[in-house]
Design a protein around this ligand. Structure first.
Ligand code: PLP
Length: 407
C-alpha cells in the first residue's frame, strides 16, 4: 500500500481565512443591510497597468502565427526579462547581479515554498513571528519543523518574536540558525528594517555559515531612504542571501503570475561530505527539473512594467495604495489606536485596545463597525493582540471605514 509524507498531516488546517469568511457570512445573515467593508484582503484591487496588458495582447498575437510562435522557453526565464530585471532592479541601485543569478517564476509563493528543496532536513530554521504562513508550513512539509503543539508552535523552529517591545526588530537567536527567513517590508506588520538593522543579520549569517531567505515582495512600497530595497544593498549579502521578488503587489500580477528569485553565485552551503556547493547551481537544477518556465505572454507583460510608460503606471498604482495606507494609519491614530507599519508597506498593524485578543477585536470591528480585518494571531503567536488592516481596497471604502472608526 502506498504511504504518504506524514509531515503533511501534522500541519493543522489553517482556519484563518475560512474562519473569517464564516464569521462575515454569519454577520451578514444577521444584518442583511449592513454595508461591510473588507480590509482583510491581501490581494490588490486595481487592474493591471496598460503597458502590461498591451504587451500581453501583442505577445498573444505573436502566438497566433507560426513565424512568431514560441513554445517552451528557457526554464530560467527569457533573456529580455532577466536583462530588464538586472538593469532596473539592481544596476540602477548600483548592485551587480548577473542575469544568470535571476530565476523567473510564476510567483514568490512558489519560490519561497520550493526553496526548501535544496536544503537538508537537518537545517535549523529561524522564522520571524508573526510571518507569512508559507515559510512555516513548507518547512513543516519538508520535515524541518519538528512537531506542532496545540498552539501551532513547532518544536524545531526558532521563532524570532517581532512585537512592540522590540519595535518589530527581530533579535539574533540564542540557538544557531542555519536558514533565516526575513520578509521586509513585512507582511503582516507593515514594518521594515533599516540598512543597519539588516546588516546585523547579514553579519550573523556570515559568521555562522547561515543562509538568509529574504522576501522582498513589498519592496516597491518603500518610501523612506534608509530602508533597503534589496538585501544586496548590504555589504556581504551576496555571499549569504537569496532574495525573492514578485510582480504581484508591485504591478497587480496576483492573478497574472510572475516573480523571480535571485541566487548569487557567491552563496554556498555544505554538502554531507563537507564540500561547499553553490546554491545557484542547485537551484538551477531544481528549477529546470521541476519548472518549465513562466508563460511567454506573462514574461512580456512583466518586461513592460520596466518600460518608461510601465514604470509611470506602476508608480501610480503604488502611490494609490500608499495613500490608502496613510489614510488608515492616520485615521486609526486619530481614533486613538496604537498602530505600526503603513509607511513603507500596504499594511497597518493595529494594537487591539484594552487588552482585547485578536479575534475579540476582529469581532468588535465586524459587529460594531462592519469592517473586516485579519486577526494577527493567524500569523503566529506574537500576532496575538493585533489585527492587520490592508490598504489594497478602494479609496471610497478606506475613507468610509476611517469615518466609522472616528465615532
Ligand atoms: C503576496 C506575497 C508574496 C507574493 O506572492 P506571489 O506568489 O508572487 O503572488 C510573497 N511573499 C509575501 C510575504 C506576500 O505577502
Amino acid at each position: 500500500m502506498a504511504t504518504i509524507n506524514d509531515n503533511f498531516i501534522k500541519i493543522p488546517a489553517t482556519y484563518l481565512f475560512s474562519e473569517i469568511a464564516k464569521r462575515v457570512a454569519q454577520h451578514k445573515e444577521a444584518n442583511p443591510n449592513a454595508k461591510v467593508i473588507r480590509m482583510g484582503i491581501g490581494d490588490v484591487s486595481l487592474p493591471l497597468p496598460d503597458a502590461a496588458v498591451d504587451a500581453m495582447i501583442k505577445a498573444a498575437e505573436e502566438q497566433r502565427h507560426a513565424e512568431t510562435f514560441r513554445g517552451y522557453g528557457p526554464e530560467q526565464g527569457y533573456a529580455f526579462l532577466r536583462d530588464a530585471i538586472v538593469e532596473n532592479d539592481f544596476k540602477s541601485r548600483g548592485l551587480s547581479i548577473d542575469a544568470d543569478e535571476i530565476f523567473v517564476s510564476d510567483g514568490a509563493k512558489s519560490d519561497t515554498g520550493n526553496i526548501g528543496d535544496i536544503f537538508s532536513t537537518n537545517n535549523r530554521v529561524a522564522i520571524t513571528d508573526p510571518s507569512y504562513p508559507v515559510y512555516v508550513d513548507t518547512n513543516a512539509m519538508g520535515g524541518r519543523a519538528g512537531e506542532p503543539n496545540n498552539q501551532n508552535v513547532w518544536s524545531n523552529l526558532i521563532y524570532l518574536p517581532c512585537n512592540a517591545e522590540n519595535n518589530f526588530v527581530p533579535q539574533l537567536p540564542q540557538e544557531k540558525a542555519d536558514l533565516i527567513y526575513l520578509c521586509y517590508p513585512n507582511n503582516p506588520t507593515g514594518t521594515t528594517l533599516t540598512k543597519a538593522q539588516l546588516k546585523v543579520w547579514v553579519d550573523y549569517a556570515k559568521a555562522n555559515g547561515s543562509v538568509i531567505l529574504f522576501d522582498a515582495a513589498y519592496e516597491a512600497f518603500i518610501t523612506e531612504d534608509d530602508v533597503p530595497h534589496s538585501i544586496y544593498e548590504i555589504e556581504g549579502a551576496s555571499e549569504v542571501a537569496i532574495e525573492f521578488r514578485s510582480f504581484s503587489k508591485t504591478a497587480g500580477f496576483t492573478g497574472t503570475r510572475c516573480g523571480y528569485t535571485v541566487v548569487p553565485k557567491g552563496v554556498t552551503a555544505l554538502s554531507e561530505s563537507g564540500e561547499k556547493v553553490q546554491l545557484n547551481k542547485l537551484w538551477n537544477r531544481r528549477h529546470s527539473t521541476k519548472f518549465n518556465g513562466t508563460s511567454y505572454v506573462v514574461q512580456r507583460a512583466a518586461e513592460a512594467t520596466y518600460s518608461a510608460e510601465g514604470k509611470k503606471q506602476v508608480k501610480s498604482l503604488i502611490s494609490f495604495y500608499t495613500e490608502n495606507a496613510r489614510i488608515i494609519r492616520e485615521g486609526l491614530q486619530k481614533a486613538g489606536y496604537t498602530v505600526y507599519g503603513g509607511v513603507n508597506a500596504p499594511y497597518v498593524w493595529a494594537k487591539a485596545p484594552q487588552g482585547m485578543g485578536s479575534w475579540e477585536y476582529f469581532d468588535y470591528l465586524l459587529k460594531e463597525k462592519n469592517i473586516v480585518t485579519t486577526p494577527g494571531a493567524g500569523f503566529g503567536l506574537s500576532g496575538e493582540g493585533f489585527v492587520r488592516f490592508s490598504a489594497f481596497g478602494s479609496r471610497e471604502d478606506t475613507l468610509e471605514a476611517m469615518k466609522r472608526l472616528e465615532k
